[in-house]
Design a protein around this ligand. Structure first.
Ligand SMILES: C[S@@+](CC[C@H](N)C(=O)[O-])C[C@H]1O[C@@H](n2cnc3c(N)ncnc32)[C@H](O)[C@@H]1O
Length: 236
């Protein structure tokens, strides 16, 4: 699997850079997590999954699916579709309830994903929201705020997965707006994830979000998952 191969290559490079035994152990642990997660994900296998570099790593994917099952998440909203859309919708179909709302700026990518989730289509709603300048919150772009908030009117989010939009050279913190804009849609019990927290921009975003929500964050395969103090642990 490409994701695992890339992880092994990345992690192996780290081995040669690290001076300490602790860092080496951490790198090996990351590989172990992704390899184990890939085995767990096999229970949702069916049609081939086109796993590419922008996708969540297996450990992050399995952690999200664990949270859906263990903490009974029913209304999932994700920013940025892909492998996550495929696996979450397959799981919801297997469970027989729940709904995924996928916010995506790229209409052609939505077309590709719709083909991938044709068998699960009643469990997924695609929200096509082109990139637009933000109305408030910060300078920069995010998904069209009006399109997103209108599409989610009346929806109570119990899991928010933030893996988009893609950072740009001019805006490393492009994902920041997700929480301020979507916070008012949270159900009483919810979880929040942010992928790519190994990057400078996401490190900043995570530090800011920690001030805005009362969640305990854990890091798995470069993804942070924030759980309420009374939630069951879902990280792999
Ligand atoms: C980090 S990716 C989202 C990945 C997704 N959550 C997953 O697990 O696969 C962010 C954006 O990159 C774009 N994207 C995703 N997969 C892609 C691919 N294979 N090639 C090019 N762009 C892609 C989509 O527009 C997506 O919203």
């Amino acid at each position: 699997m490409n994701a695992i191969k890339n992880t092994i290559i990345q992690e192996s490079r780290k081995w040669f850079d690290v001076a300490s035994r602790e860092a080496l152990d951490a790198a090996i642990e990351e590989i172990r997590t992704d390899v184990f997660a890939a085995q767990v994900l096999a229970s949702l296998s069916g049609k081939y999954v086109p796993w590419t570099m922008p996708a969540l790593r297996p450990g992050a994917m399995a952690t999200i699916l664990n949270d859906i099952v263990i903490n009974h998440r029913k209304t999932i909203v994700e920013c940025g579709g892909g492998v996550s859309t495929i696996y979450i919708s397959r799981l919801l179909k297997q469970i027989g309830s729940g709904h995924l709302y996928t916010i995506e700026h790229d209409v052609n990518w939505i077309g590709t994903l719709k083909e991938q989730v044709a068998s699960e289509k009643e469990f997924v709603t695609f929200i096509h929201a082109p990139m637009r300048p933000l109305q408030k919150i910060r300078t920069g772009e995010w998904y069209d705020e009006t399109v997103v908030t209108e599409a989610l009117r009346g929806v109570l989010i119990d899991m928010l997965v933030v893996d988009g939009p893609n950072e740009t050279v001019d805006d490393l913190q492009i994902r920041y707006a997700a929480l301020p804009i979507l916070k008012s849609f949270f159900a009483e019990k919810y979880s929040l994830t942010l992928d790519d927290v190994n990057r400078k921009g996401e490190k900043f975003i995570l530090a800011e979000w920690k001030k805005q929500v009362n969640l305990n964050f854990h890091i798995v395969s470069n993804m942070a998952i924030g759980l309420q103090p009374n939630a069951y642990k879902s990280f792999i």
